[in-house]
Each structure stands twice: as C-alpha cells, then as structure tokens.
Write a protein that binds this ligand. Structure first.
Ligand SMILES: [Zn+2]
Length: 182
C-alpha cells in the first residue's frame, strides 16, 4: 500500500525536461508538466504496486472541478477508465496478475466548489494507486504502457521508476517506446 512505496528509495528523476519546457509557474507542483505523468512501480513478492501521478490536463483536458455537464461526463468517463488498471497496463499473461486494488483521486472528479487555487494558475493532479496480485511474478518481465497512452492521448510521456527484486529501472515511456523491461 502507500507506505510501502513511500518507504522505497526512489531516486528523483532528472527534472531538466520540466525546467526546459515548463509553461507555468508551478510553485509546490514542481514536477507538474502538462503531457507528462509520473509513475512508480514496485514489485514485492506477488504484489505489484503502481502509483500514478498525472496532471489532470492529460486525463480530462482541464484542471478545475468539473462544472458543465460535458466536463462532468468527461471526468466520470476518465474515472471509470482509470479504475480498470488491467486495461491500462499490459502485463505478461504468464505472470497471472489480477487487479486487486484500485484507488483514483482528483479534485476534477469531485462535484465540489471550484478550488481556491489562484485564478489562471490552477493546477490539479490525478492520483492513482493500484495493486495487482501476481500468481507467477517471475514471469513479470515487462509492463507495456501503450494502452494507457491510447486511453489518454493527452499523455505524451510517462516518467517511470520501477523497483523489483532485480533492482531499479527507469524509463521515459512514450507511445513509441512504451515497454518497461525489468
Ligand atoms: Zn497543470
């Protein structure tokens, strides 16, 4: 669960891309770059955990609480899609992984009053926390993020950090280079 991932020594990804291409002043959301999502993977025994941290822009196309009917429909559709991790992350069938837990949060999903962020500088993230149980984790040789890119075309890059029994791996996944190999 969350404490496990947080306890792992993820190295911070180089943020040069964010520095070079950032369009906004982000304040505390330093790594929030539209088009780019952060994703942490940890395999511990039979448990595969995935933590997604994405600008809401990549997922629903806006970063404020959904107000119009169209925005609410977009947010609901995205939430449903995000809630099916087995359709977003392609795992080798031989690993026999089953999505066991899925938790998705974002201010854009809430039927809430607009956030208190500064006007014109409003940013919101989508956070996903997933757990798969894999009967045969030794066959877990890769994760393909192609279905995620297809589901959310506003995502152009996923900065992936992975920790498995065989060590730490990183990948700047793109639609053309979407497979993380362990
Ligand atoms: Zn933003």
């Amino acid at each position: 669960m969350r404490p496990l991932l947080l306890a792992l020594p993820f190295a911070l990804l180089p943020l040069c891309a964010a520095q070079a291409h950032d369009e906004h002043e982000h304040g505390s959301l330093g790594a929030h770059e539209h088009g780019t999502a952060q994703l942490n993977v940890a395999l511990d025994g039979q448990t595969l955990e995935i933590e997604l941290d994405s600008p809401a822009m990549n997922i629903v196309g806006f970063e404020h609480a959904a107000t119009t009917a169209e925005q609410k429909a977009q947010a609901a559709a995205a939430q449903q899609r995000l809630d099916k991790p087995e359709t977003l992350f392609a795992l080798p069938a031989a690993a026999k992984c089953i999505a066991a837990q899925s938790e998705v949060n974002s201010p854009v999903f809430a039927d809430a009053a607009p956030s208190k962020a500064h006007e014109g500088h409003e940013h919101a993230d989508v956070d996903g926390h997933y757990q798969f149980q894999c009967d045969n984790p030794s066959a877990l040789a890769s994760i393909d993020f192609a279905p995620f890119f297809k589901a959310f075309p506003g995502t152009h890059k996923i900065a992936v950090q992975a920790i498995t029994g065989s060590g730490q791996k990183g990948l700047e996944a793109t639609p053309a280079n979407s497979v993380l190999k362990f």
